[in-house]
Each structure stands twice: as structure tokens, then as C-alpha cells.
Design a protein around this ligand. Structure first.
Ligand SMILES: [Ca+2]
Ligand SMILES: [Ca+2]
Ligand SMILES: [Ca+2]
Length: 470
């Protein structure tokens, strides 16, 4: 190396160090502990996710309680004396919303000895053909001809359940720069005991655990403009992160709309998400989703008695909507602890906030007055990202490709153990803790993961302390 070049080196190193200068947090921002603004609740035990928004006036708490009862209590097979909540099935996954959204928190993959997959469901479809444009527009997928768009592993007496779902795992080692090894578990879905004969040979499967129910009305109240402002479909700023909105069918509006809910943002509104859950997960019709989940090939299912038309009245659907919009988000803990602040700095240094957007202000014309104009900290952009081959399900859903997933919100994630008694994360619950969840990141998030792989033990602990404070 020439003396001239060598003389340049120290300043160059300094310059690089300056470029590398990352946000360093010495104190929490004002209000930072209030993840959901005025809706933030102060409960941190196993009921932390089951509280109504703190700013809900007492006059509206009764509506919340009524919605809660339809979310929590089991639905029954028709005909029954409890006509308000009959019509379960013929095919279903479980008999209550809360059996999957356990304690209003998240589901988990089935244990080896489980009778049904309960809080995890399996979506089905087949690759689209040239004449499938209409189906893709309205359903986002082409249904498997016999089993439809979802596998129901339970059924009423006399009806065949569609099959049985298992998860098998193999090990994938990952190494940190300091030599520490982590063994990830890679899931392999196993569907057996098919009730209606063989599936289409090209069937695509997507296993998904139930998501936490907190703060959903606030996510619904972020303006479309604010979400689209973070989209960068062609990565025009060259940071390796694209972020695309999903565009899905809105049944009520009869038009395409921005997708916000579900692991691939396949649903535009909470009401539609809820109505689809009633229909697909529990076999319950509503005016919004008036059809059963039986396919033309399932004659026993089609012939079964129903629980009224519709089975879920508009009143019940409205009260479940009110409930699902108003579950408060718990306040953060230890926002000023030095380790948490250090972890927050590392979160930004690794680039996690490029997708896990820390902050939004909800729209003035929100769906409910309590949800309007709130400064919220959900840690999601609600956009789709290519997360690499490791996480890919290979199954498109509207505009989302088989490698894309919606950034999930991280608020409340540190209370998963307290609420659900486990720490299984990602769309199919494959990660057994937060660190494993990060190590599965690839694709657009590959650089962020590579950053974390360079962290030493103290830095890893600080990053996790930050995530656990959310
Ligand atoms: Ca039914
Ligand atoms: Ca089905
Ligand atoms: Ca970009």
C-alpha cells in the first residue's frame, strides 16, 4: 500500500465510525410506555390481553362484555335450545374464537399428542390457472376442489372431519460470530386421515397460529395514506427493504381494498376477518359471509341442518366487532432501564424498525371515537415483506407471494409467556423464543439478521430485554 493511501486510513476509519454512528438512547421518549396512547391498559398478568381499552367510557363497557361472551363461549350444533349461538359446523376447527385466540393472545402449533390442531389452522389452495382471474380477485386463492381454502379437522356427529394435522421438526443450526450455536426447528406439516379422499396433487398448504387480539381497532384506524407512505415496492431508496401493501377483496364495499389483518394481510377490515373466522373456523354463516364452508364435493356437509339464516345475527357480529376493536394494549415495562435503552439502540442499529415501524398516529376519523388521534407504538408497518426461503409457505394470497408476510406488531410481545404460558412465535409458531424468531428472518430482513449474528452475549441480552419490555 502506498504511503499516501496509508495516511488516509485513520481518517477513513474515523469517517466510517461516524457513518456507523447509530441512535443511542439515554432516556425514554415522553409517553413511550403508552403503546396504545390513551387506550393503554395497566395489567401484566395472564389477563393482560383481555382488558377493554382504558379510555372506553363505562357506558360502553357493557357492549364490550357482550362481545366478549360471544368470543369466549362455545357455539353449539343446531338444532339447540340456545338458538342465539347454534349452528356450529358441520365442519369446523373449534367451537369458540377464544380456543384459538387463547386468553385473547396467540395460538401454538399442535403438541405431539393433541387430538386436534385447535389454535393453529391450515389454509389450502391450488396454483392458479389462466381462467382463475375472477376467483383470485374475490378469494385471493384458488380453492382446493374438495377441501376448499381451509382444512377443518373437527366435524359434527355423523360428518367426516377433513383430516388430521401434525407438525414434525428437523434441526437447523445457526452460529453467532462469537461461536455460540442455536438450533432452530424447521417444521414439516403432516396432513393425514383425509375424510373426503385424496387432495389435488399440487395442493399448497399454509399453517398459521392464531394472532393476539390486542390493539386491533387502533391498527384499523391508521390512515391508508400513512401505511402507504412506508411502502417502497421497487426499493427506490436502495436500503434492501421494499414493503408492499396487499390489495384484497372487501366484501362490504364490493371492491379491492388495502389488506391489514392476518399473517399475509389478507383481510381488509376487522368485521370481514371476524365474519370469515365465524364461517371458516366454526362453520357459522353471517350476512357478510353467507355461504357455508362445505364444498360441492362434501354432500354430507351440504345436507346438514343449519342454525338459521344467518346463523350469526347482525347484532352478534356487531358486538364481536366492537369487542375485537377495543382490546387494550398493556403499557411497556422498564422503558428507562439502561439495558432496555441499550437494546432499543441495537434494534435501530440492526434496522429492525425499517419494517417494525415504532410509531403511528391514528386518524381523526377513526372507526370509534376512542381510537382517534392516538399516538400508538405498534412496531409494524402492516406491509408485506419477502422474508426469504426459510419462512416461505410457497402459497400466494391476493398480492402476497409465497415468500411474503405482513410485519406483525410487536406490542405486548414481552407478555406472551405471562398470557399464554409459552413463547412460540412466527406464523406457524416454529420459533421457541424471541431470539429464534429473529434468526429465522431472511430475504429483505437478511441484513438485520446478519447484524444480530455479530452481537455478543451482552448485546443479545439487551436486544431481548428491549423486546420483552414491549
Ligand atoms: Ca353452520
Ligand atoms: Ca375445508
Ligand atoms: Ca427501500
Amino acid at each position: 500500500m502506498s504511503p499516501y493511501l496509508r495516511s488516509l486510513l485513520p481518517p477513513l476509519a474515523l469517517l466510517l465510525a461516524a457513518c456507523d454512528q447509530q441512535p443511542h438512547f439515554t432516556a425514554a421518549e415522553p409517553g413511550e410506555a403508552l403503546s396504545a396512547g390513551a387506550a393503554t391498559v395497566r395489567k401484566f398478568d395472564h389477563n393482560a390481553f383481555s382488558q377493554s381499552s382504558a379510555n372506553l367510557p363505562p357506558s360502553r363497557r357493557l357492549d364490550f362484555a357482550v362481545g366478549n361472551s360471544f368470543f369466549r363461549n362455545p357455539w353449539v350444533t343446531a338444532p339447540a335450545t340456545t338458538t342465539a349461538r347454534d349452528g356450529l359446523g358441520p365442519l369446523f376447527n373449534t367451537n369458540a374464537c377464544q380456543n384459538c385466540h387463547i386468553k385473547d393472545g396467540r395460538g401454538h402449533p399442535p403438541a405431539a399428542e393433541a387430538a386436534s390442531a385447535a389454535s393453529m389452522l391450515v389454509r389450502l389452495s391450488i396454483p392458479a390457472g389462466t381462467d382463475d382471474a375472477e376467483r383470485l380477485l374475490h378469494q385471493g386463492v384458488v380453492a382446493e376442489p374438495t377441501y376448499g381454502t381451509q382444512l377443518q379437522d373437527m366435524a359434527n356427529p355423523g360428518i367426516a372431519p377433513e383430516g388430521k394435522v401434525r407438525m414434525n421438526y428437523s434441526r437447523v443450526p445457526v452460529h453467532f460470530a462469537d461461536g455460540t450455536e442455536v438450533q432452530l426447528r424447521k417444521p414439516q406439516l403432516d396432513v393425514s386421515q383425509l375424510g373426503y379422499g385424496p387432495m389435488h396433487p399440487d395442493t399448497l398448504f399454509s399453517a398459521r397460529v392464531a394472532t393476539p387480539m390486542i390493539g386491533l381497532g387502533l391498527l384499523e384506524s391508521i390512515s391508508e395514506t400513512d401505511i402507504l407512505a412506508n411502502a417502497d415496492p421497487d426499493d427506490s431508496n436502495g436500503d434492501g427493504i421494499s414493503g408492499r401493501p396487499n390489495q384484497v377483496w372487501d366484501r362490504a364495499q364490493q371492491r379491492t381494498a388495502l389488506g391489514r389483518f392476518g399473517w399475509k394481510a389478507g383481510q381488509p377490515t376487522l368485521n370481514q376477518q371476524n365474519a370469515e373466522a365465524f364461517a371458516n373456523d366454526m362453520g357459522l354463516t353471517s350476512t357478510l359471509v353467507a355461504h357455508d364452508n362445505c364444498t360441492d364435493a362434501q354432500s354430507d356437509c351440504l345436507a346438514a341442518v343449519n342454525g338459521g339464516v344467518p346463523e350469526v345475527s347482525d347484532n352478534i357480529l356487531a358486538s364481536v366487532l366492537f369487542y375485537s376493536r377495543n382490546l387494550g394494549v398493556p403499557a411497556r415495562r422498564n422503558v428507562d432501564a439502561p439495558e432496555v435503552l441499550k437494546g432499543k439502540g441495537l434494534f435501530h442499529q440492526a434496522g429492525c424498525q425499517q419494517c417494525h415501524t415504532p410509531r403511528f398516529t391514528t386518524a381523526a376519523d377513526a372507526v370509534e371515537p376512542e381510537l382517534a388521534n392516538q399516538v400508538i407504538r405498534p412496531y409494524t408497518d402492516l406491509l408485506l415483506h419477502d422474508m426469504g426461503e426459510g419462512l416461505a409457505d410457497g402459497r400466494d394470497e391476493f398480492l402476497a407471494t409465497g415468500r411474503e408476510w405482513r410485519t406483525p406488531p410487536l406490542w405486548g410481545i414481552g407478555l406472551t409467556q405471562a398470557v399464554n404460558g409459552h413463547t412460540q412465535f412466527l406464523h406457524d409458531g416454529r420459533a421457541r423464543n424471541l431470539l429464534e424468531a429473529i434468526l429465522w428472518h431472511g430475504g429483505e430482513a437478511e441484513a438485520a439478521k446478519q447484524h444480530v449474528l455479530q452481537f455478543d452475549a451482552d448485546e443479545r441480552a439487551a436486544l431481548l430485554a428491549f423486546l420483552n419490555s414491549l
